[in-house]
Design a protein around this ligand. Sequence first.
Ligand SMILES: [Zn+2]
Length: 302
Amino acid sequence: MSCYSITLLLIIFCNGVSVITMLQGTFGYVEYFPGDPNSRLIIAAPHGGYLKPRSMPDRVAGCWDGSRCVWRHSCGFPDVSRCQANTARDTNTRDLAIRVWENMEQLTGIKPHLIISNLHRVKMDPNRSVNEAAFGVPNAMKAYREYHSFIREAYGRIRGAGLFIDIHGQSHPNRWIELGYLVSTRRLNENNAIPQFSSIRSLYNSLRDYVTFDHLLRGDYSLGRLLNRRGYRAVPSPGIRAPGRAAYFTGGYSTMTYGSRFSGRIDSIQVESPVHLRTDRRRPTYARDLAKVLRDFMALYN
Ligand SMILES: [Zn+2]
């Protein structure tokens, strides 16, 4: 069967002015809800998808060629010890991202940009480079490219400085909210963080005359502090300045790609929420609080 690109446009006419409310990629595998023209915030949910099309083989493991993993279903003998694909779904993060997005608009009157993958991670992982993400499967590669082109579209609509938030979920035993800035556990533990290598390099450069990087990362001006003030434990934050020996995610492919580590004025932060905050009971309140925290943090961008 041949495949057709069926990018869907949902357009509403308000007072004679057309407003694009949603762009959908091929087969609805990815979605983009464009933000308001004055929004500086992009929210993405790469691992909360649920669709498992039978036409796409499962991502299991790549092959080891002696120096690196080859991510192809036809690569030969899969090496599950060295090249196993991570296929765990970040449960309820799709809904969490939508709730944060809705709450942000209610709280600020400004709708952020929202990009969602509806594919289960066992089929495609947007938070990896394209080969590991899609294993060479044409429709998976297409969804991957559409997901990232939607993010780039959102980027193009932001004038000046902004922030990209990648919404994830983890089940580490400490049950902290893990905030990833591309600063390693070792550097956090040793108080040796280097702003130029972080995903918030641009924000730091704009504030450096009166804010230290430590203030911004885990002190008075940090996202972690705002979470602490609303009763949440987060790392890094004034309450938990470094992970110590605990498991901690520093930030993945999208945090690296869409933050300001290498260039630009848009920063990125990976937000890894623990399981207990993603339950049906806790998620609505947590999403509301996370939106308030992001609203307050975004004041640094004005
Ligand atoms: Zn994830």
